[in-house]
Write a protein that binds this ligand. Structure first.
Ligand code: GCV
Length: 860
């Protein structure tokens, strides 16, 4: 009986919490806990809070504590300025605490930003102490205390001490001053609009709070492809406003700067970094900046990369360039981050020894020891560019006398652009935990970047966040897990991917065990799923590397200077990077690591085609051939993606309706996109290799009718480029006002799902109507915002009509009504017996059906 009552209470409470949420509060929702938990925490938490000192961050910590306790426990703490003769929560730096409450005897050694949470008894009185080496640490401690409450952890007898793993925990934003964000998927810039700082910076404050809750202590506010205007004197007050919005959260502003600034902006004749005039310009500029923003974190610089100005213009080194700006920052305590993402994008692909992967190490290893002590080399996790899987960059092991930081990409550029669920923490862990065996075995990359391995003064973690003004910050609710995960890993890279996923799910969606188990399972499998259908075995993301980096395009990374090659041809696939016969990249690793990658016997299957060129018939460690593995993994990936829809549907009623619907629509889209990827890549390799799929799937699609083979009225057949992005390599497009494509059903009578694969270009909103005989059975708008103007795998998407009764002889007719430059193009229709179409049901029920009612007039 008691269990029934508890269950009923849980359901009621859950229902009360299920009204729509936008996602803007992210993991700081502070939703009301259930009554039993409220009772426990009210008992364990004193009623009074005592902030020690007048500091801005102490004030934020106090405010946050009040806000969190009010939200989760429904009570308002009393604020006192002195430790009272009753239990209290005491917040302060260790120095303040020693002064105000010497009787507490809190004596610990903490790194900057580290904190202690401690329950202290004075007679019968119980105090909860949040103390830290500095004010930011106090704020971190308060967020940690609130997190414990939200996660349902005991705060009864606290005795915890935490210090961050590394001093640098920064995010970069690639925001342009016009308000766009390079590789940003969560809307327009929170900082800039139309060439100026936004008048309303409330989202900057909100973002600062999210970052502070994770212990992130710096944020660069403009694109690394930097506009030199950032440093203009009349622009500095705009930067100062952003710094002001971040300041209460202890987040330091960082600027991306252009090495060419002394010439472009300063009017000098040169930007040669060793020219004394140039050095003087940097110094004057830094002094000016620090007068306006005394807590500026420093600069980040992209030079000699992808067309940016660089020291090579004057025959100088990267060390010359970095040191010139770093010396101007040094007197103010500022850091200069110099990006190791330097490579020649005009490489000759015909030369089999050329390899972009070599570039970072080749450029920076010889300069080890020549950088000033406030320079940090910012190194992407892998040697290429944020691909779906890369080995750890060998440069992490190649710098002994230079500070370094790892650059991880939170924004999902090559990993589905927030439209595909990809939880990146396992990928980052694979790099951070990788044993570089330098200087000795047992040296993970995280220890190298944190400066622990070679005792460097600076080091740590940088994440390219690219949040935007969208309510959900990232362009999708589930992508927030990556921002959360970055921050948690930057604080403590020893946390497991599961631990972080579980924390994030509980904080974001509550403690319902089914929600937690389901979401965590989806998150943890999602990288592998995406990798399987986009580029397994180390092939990297098989996408358009010189374009939108989104849909399938197997050959796009071949035969161009950008160098993301896989060298697939009719005999085999993979990039030979061995020392013995390839580009020699393997030789950049310390010898024990090189021994793993150089030999086929040791090289893990996951990276085998990154390091070796193999015939399609070669057998992997798994015992399967290369080609069969490519086929199988793409089918596995597509199947796993379609199962996410069912997984998520099982949470209906347990997650608030707004986020439930948004995530469901996203997962439905992903399931369709995964099939586009699967078909594109497997057909490409079938054509290249001439070797059939042992399971007979590739090239055979029962129930699929190509649009180009249907009866067409007005529709014209058109080739699709690349050919693998459309079934049969062709589609039909409508150059008239209205066109139709029809077929006569000659299958058995029964219930069927009709799945229309069409193209939703971003040039208009075309309409589609599906008729069976004279009956309209489906209609929708092509109104998604996919990153594609042309017909290809990026614009290809699907609409499913869940259950239609068909009889032999029925005419099925798809009508398309173009709009703007969008030509209502169709690839094919698939007719599947109902029951094999679980994902389609969901589309109709949850995403489109609702919209259809409002956008079509009854006469349609
Ligand atoms: C900011 C990749 C991205 C670019 C990005 C660059 C970089 O090439 O596609 O958009 O530019 O990396 O990290 O500098």
């Amino acid at each position: 009986m008691r269990a029934v009552k508890l269950w009923a209470a849980f359901v009621l409470l859950a229902a009360a919490n299920l009204e729509g949420e936008t996602g803007q509060r992210a993991w700081l929702r502070y939703s009301r806990l259930d009554d039993a938990e409220v009772r426990t925490y009210r008992k364990d938490l004193p009623a009074v809070v005592v902030p020690l000192g007048q500091g801005l961050l102490i004030h934020s910590a106090q405010g946050e504590l009040l806000r969190g306790v009010r939200g989760m426990l429904g009570q308002t703490l009393r604020v006192e300025s002195k430790v009272p003769p009753e239990g209290a929560i005491v917040l302060g730096t260790l120095d303040e605490l020693r002064r105000a409450a010497p009787q507490f005897h809190v004596a610990v050694r903490l790194a900057p930003d580290g904190y202690v949470l401690k329950t202290i008894y004075a007679g019968k009185l119980r105090y909860t102490v949040v103390a830290a080496a500095n004010e930011r640490g106090v704020l971190c401690g308060v967020f940690a205390l609130l997190r414990k409450i939200a996660l349902g952890q005991s705060i009864h007898g606290l005795d915890e001490k935490e210090s961050p793993y590394a001093p640098i925990r920064w995010v970069n934003q690639w925001d342009n001053l016009d308000g766009s964000i390079e590789r940003g998927y969560g809307g327009r810039s929170i900082f800039w609009d139309d060439g100026h700082v936004r008048s309303d910076l409330s989202r900057v404050g909100d973002f600062g709070r999210l970052l502070a809750s994770l212990g992130v202590n710096g944020c660069s506010i403009n694109n690394v492809n930097a506009d030199s205007r950032m440093l203009a004197s009349d622009f500095i007050p705009e930067v100062a406003r952003i710094a002001e919005a971040f300041r209460p959260w202890g987040v330091q502003v960082v600027l991306a700067v252009d090495l060419g600034s002394p010439k472009i902006l300063g009017g000098l004749e040169t930007f040669d970094p060793v020219d004394p005039q140039v050095a003087a310009w940097w110094k004057t500029k830094a002094d000016e900046l620090y007068r306006a923003v005394p807590d500026l974190g420093g600069f980040v610089m992209k030079a000699d990369s992808e067309g940016r100005a660089g020291p090579s213009a004057y025959g100088r080194t990267h060390a010359d360039a970095a040191n010139a700006a770093a010396r101007a920052l040094a007197p103010h305590g500022g850091l200069l981050f110099y990006r190791a993402f330097v490579y020649d994008h005009h490489l000759d692909w015909r030369n089999l020894k050329n390899d972009r992967a070599l570039a970072a190490y080749d450029n920076f290893h010889p300069l080890d020891g020549q950088f000033d002590s406030n320079v940090v080399i910012q190194i992407k996790n892998g040697p290429i560019d944020f691909q779906v899987r890369e080995p750890a960059s060998p440069l992490f092991g190649g710098l002994r006398k230079t500070n370094q930081a790892v650059e991880l990409q939170i924004t999902q550029e090559y990993t589905g652009q927030s439209r595909h669920l990809v939880y990146l923490v396992p990928m980052w862990k694979a790099t951070l935990d990788f044993d570089m065996r330098e200087p000795r075995a047992g040296t993970p990359v995280k220890a190298l970047v944190a400066g622990k391995a070679f005792d460097r003064p600076e080091g740590g973690f940088v994440g390219v966040a690219n949040v935007g003004l969208d309510d959900d910050w990232m362009g999708s609710q589930l992508s927030q897990a990556n921002l959360y995960g970055f921050g948690r890993l930057a604080w403590n890279p020893d946390l497991s991917a599961r631990q972080i996923a579980e924390e994030w799910t509980r904080l974001g969606f509550g403690n319902d065990p089914k929600v937690v188990a389901t979401v965590v399972r989806m998150l943890l499998g999602s990288w592998r799923t995406y990798e399987n259908y986009t580029g397994p075995l180390g092939l990297q993301t098989l996408t358009d590397v010189t374009g939108n980096h989104y849909g399938p395009a197997v050959e796009a990374s071949e035969r161009n200077g950008w160098g993301q090659w896989h060298r697939a041809d009719e005999r085999g696939v993979g990039m030979d990077r061995t020392v013995a016969t390839g580009t020699g990249f393997v030789g950049q690793y310390p010898a024990p690591v090189a021994a793993i990658y150089e030999s086929l016997a040791n090289c893990p299957d996951d990276l085998v085609l990154f390091f070796h060129h193999l015939p399609y018939t070669a057998r992997l460690h798994s015992g399967k051939t290369v080609i069969q593995t490519i086929y199988d993994l793409h089918y596995d990936g597509e199947r796993a993606a379609s199962e996410y829809v069912n997984d998520w549907e099982s949470l209906r009623g347990r997650v608030d309706s707004q986020r439930y619907d948004q995530v469901l629509a996203q997962l439905n889209y992903q399931a369709g996109a995964a099939e586009v990827w699967r078909d594109a890549v497997t057909n490409w390799f079938l054509r290249a290799s001439g070797i059939a799929d042992g399971e007979g799937r590739v090239g055979r699609y029962p129930g699929r009718f190509e649009a180009e083979k249907m009866r067409l009225e007005g529709y014209m057949v058109t080739p699709v480029t690349p050919w693998e992005d459309a079934s049969g390599g062709q589609a039909v497009e409508c150059l008239e006002k209205r066109c139709s494509a029809s077929l006569t059903w000659d299958g058995a009578a029964g219930w069927y799902a009709l799945r229309v694969q069409y193209f939703d270009q971003n040039k208009g909103v075309s309409r589609f109507l599906v008729w069976v005989g004279n009956q309209l059975v489906g209609k929708w708008l092509a109104d998604d915002h996919l990153p594609a103007a042309k017909l290809d795998g990026s614009s290809s998407t699907r609409h499913t009509i869940a259950a239609v009764a068909l009889r032999p002889g029925d005419e099925i007719r798809i009508e398309g009504v173009p709009d703007g430059g969008e030509l209502a193009a169709i690839d094919y229709i698939e007719i599947q017996p109902r029951g094999r179409e679980a994902t389609g049901t969901a589309i109709l029920r949850h995403s489109r059906a609702v919209r259809l009612r409002s956008v079509f007039t009854p006469s349609d």
